[in-house]
Design a protein around this ligand. Structure first.
Ligand code: CUK
Ligand code: CUA
Ligand code: CA
Length: 632
């Protein structure tokens, strides 16, 4: 291994040591390796109180009150991905109270998600999987500001994207991306959420139909574009390398992703063989022109445009895709609030590379769009913004958050550490971090959540599966510096988040029956009935405190039964459900909501239909009977 060497597009140097361990650690100095791993326990006791850069100096504590007393509301929503739980968690900030979970790719009984016919069919049509791996929740924007309409999130496990309706806080559509395996990055095209992007991480043959199994050089990955509403798959662009994280430029032109496997390799050592990998910049209007001009191949029903390096579409002065060399195995990429720079974190290299977005239309050599490179420390993964010209970058290896000055980094020498303002210890190995409205044109600059991957020593022990550790910082006082104010355990495992000012959302508190596909069932007698067609039985009944619209539902053994039910309550927060023992039937019904569920009555007997939401003092008495008569 070389000790120092130049990196592409700049003159930064880095040091490395002989080490045959994980290459992530092999490229960093021994002292830092020890700090990241072996000396872990010691760091725990320092977490949150040490400003390493200004060691010996004391900083004034920021004057900040992060408490949210009982009965008071938070100023922000935070939407955190649940990782391989497959869901989204809704926190309040700054309290860090978990307010709700929104099931997305998972089946979830408390909300009846995946149990009623509509959500069951949605999950079936999206592949029939009962789990997913959510990483990047992104909220829709208008004019580079959150509009509170939709939240989009990826499924890294199965190559899918989902849309969540923020009026009802529920998943309302899922797209299975047929040419993509492992949708990792996710983001909308800004400023107006005109397209949603899923970023394909795992290279596979396209189509993946048994061809080229043993020929990884023929594999590829795609950037997939979807419209927001209706949520439809529009087109793919194919590249040879892999794609990892993604973020949009602010003016509807460029979309950026990182690639750590330009080697087109299969093993870890091969994937880290090259000194450089890419930031891949997609010119969206040019790609759309190519689609409109029919310059695509249809694969699995999707127009796929050739964006590979040798594609004829990348010849000439208007390439569809530009490939920018950055130090090996980069990870996060995020665009600054003013849209001027795309900043890619080095992961195996201690730098962040700053790409000047406008220059991509000017320069012949894409590497000439690199405007700066700042040495932030070991293992930089993701960068967030406060709207005051600072970047905040997580250091996975050093277990720190680094605050640095973006313009100073553009002015400084390539690879300089001078633009670094402050380094703050966090508990352990931070992945993402997110500042309030950091992904918009107008970050709020007050709160920052750091998503630590490990929580050793931090909470009461709960066995070998530890929670994750989300830490809240106040970043609103540049004189006092970053201040750790909250420490929250998180069920495994959030990857990323979006923090949205609460007044940008306008959630419903009861359903509008006009928004639902199924007809409202009133308490009128003619609305509550059992209807038979052969061995198909259709039941309609309302529900309310403390009754179902039918006392008994009598069916025959072997019947296929559909029960449709409306919660007629007008009062908010009064939920009911239709739960039937031993039939896996469990639908939740919020006020004014109508759902239906289909099951087979395959065992004769008496089954009490009950309400699983505690709805009143007579909740236990709220019931009906399913009577299944023997076939003979
Ligand atoms: S991430 Cu998905 S592997 Cu850094 Cu956005 Cu963790
Ligand atoms: Cu209705 Cu409990
Ligand atoms: Ca690589």
């Amino acid at each position: 291994m070389t000790d120092t060497h130049d990196t592409a597009g700049g003159n930064s140097t880095r040091t490395a040591v002989e080490d045959d361990r994980d290459p992530l650690f092999a490229r960093i100095p021994r002292r830092d390796f020890m700090k990241a791993g072996a000396a872990a326990g010691a760091i725990g006791s320092l977490a949150g109180c040490t400003n390493l850069l200004d060691e010996g100096e004391t900083t004034a504590a920021a004057d900040v009150d992060a408490s949210v007393p009982p009965g008071e509301l938070d100023e922000y929503y935070a939407f955190l991905s649940g990782g391989h739980s497959g869901d989204i968690r809704v926190y309040g900030v700054p309290s860090m109270r978990q307010i709700m979970r929104i099931p997305v790719f998972n089946v979830e009984s408390a909300r009846g998600y995946g149990f009623d016919d509509e959500t069951h069919e949605m999950l079936q049509e999206a592949g029939g999987y009962t789990w997913g791996d959510t990483h990047h929740p992104r909220v829709s924007q208008t004019d580079n500001q959150y509009d509170g309409e939709w939240l989009f999130v990826n499924d890294k496990a199965n190559g899918r994207m989902a849309r969540i309706d923020l009026e009802y806080f529920e998943t309302d559509a899922i797209i299975d991306l047929p040419n993509q395996q492992g949708t990792h990055g996710a983001c909308a095209l800004m400023p107006d959420t005109r397209l949603i992007f899923g970023v394909g991480e795992l290279r596979v043959p396209i189509p993946n139909d048994g061809r080229d199994l043993e020929d990884p050089s023929e594999y590829g990955s795609t950037l997939s574009a979807m419209s927001a509403d209706p949520f439809d798959h529009e087109w793919d662009v194919r590249v040879d390398c892999n794609l990892d994280n993604g973020d949009s430029g602010k003016y509807g032109e460029w979309f950026f992703t990182t690639s750590y496997n330009t080697e087109e390799a299969v093993t870890e050592s091969e994937m880290t063989a090259s000194d450089t990998d890419y930031v891949v910049a997609f010119n969206i209007p040019r790609i759309e022109d190519a689609v409109d001009a029919g310059e695509f191949e249809e694969i699995n029903g999707v127009p796929v445009v050739d964006g590979t390096e040798d594609s004829p579409l990348n010849d000439g002065d208007e390439p569809l895709v530009r490939y920018i060399d950055v130090p090996t195995n980069p990870h996060g990429v995020s665009v600054t609030p003013d849209g001027e720079y795309a900043i890619a974190s080095g992961k195996l290299d201690p730098t962040c590379t700053i790409i000047e977005v406008d220059q991509l239309n000017e320069v012949d050599d894409a590497n000439d769009a690199i405007a700066g490179r700042v040495n932030v420390g070991n293992g930089p993964l993701h960068t967030a913004y406060d709207g005051r010209g600072h970047g905040y970058t997580t250091l996975f290896v050093d277990s720190q958050v680094v605050k640095w000055d973006i313009e100073a980094a553009v002015d400084a020498e390539m690879g300089s550490a001078d633009p670094v303002i402050e380094k703050h210890d966090v508990h352990y190995s931070p992945g993402h971090l997110i500042a309030a409205e950091s992904y918009t044109g107008d970050p709020q600059g007050d709160w920052l959540i750091v998503l630590n991957k490990l929580s050793k020593d931090r909470f009461l022990p709960v066995g070998p599966v530890f929670p994750e550790n989300d830490q809240l910082f106040y970043i609103g006082d540049d004189d006092a510096g970053m201040e750790l104010v909250k420490d929250t355990p998180a069920y495994p495992e959030p990857h990323d988040a979006s923090i949205v000012r609460a007044d940008r959302l306008d959630p419903a508190s009861v359903y509008d029956p006009d928004d639902l596909a199924l007809e409202f069932i009133s308490p009128d007698d003619e609305d509550n009935f059992i209807e038979r067609d052969g061995d198909r039985v259709h039941v309609e009944m309302y529900n309310a405190r403390n009754t179902f619209g039918l006392e008994d539902i009598v069916v025959q053994e072997g019947d296929e039964v559909t029960i449709r039910s409306t919660n007629i309550e007008q009062e908010e927060d009064i939920l009911h459900s239709v739960a039937i023992p031993q039939h896996n039937v469990n639908i939740k019904l919020a006020p004014q909501e109508t759902r239906e569920v289909t099951f087979t009555a395959d065992e004769p007997g008496v089954y009490w239909i009950y309400c699983a939401y505690f709805c009143s003092a007579l909740h236990l008495e709220m019931r009906s009977r399913l009577l299944v008569e023997p076939a003979d």
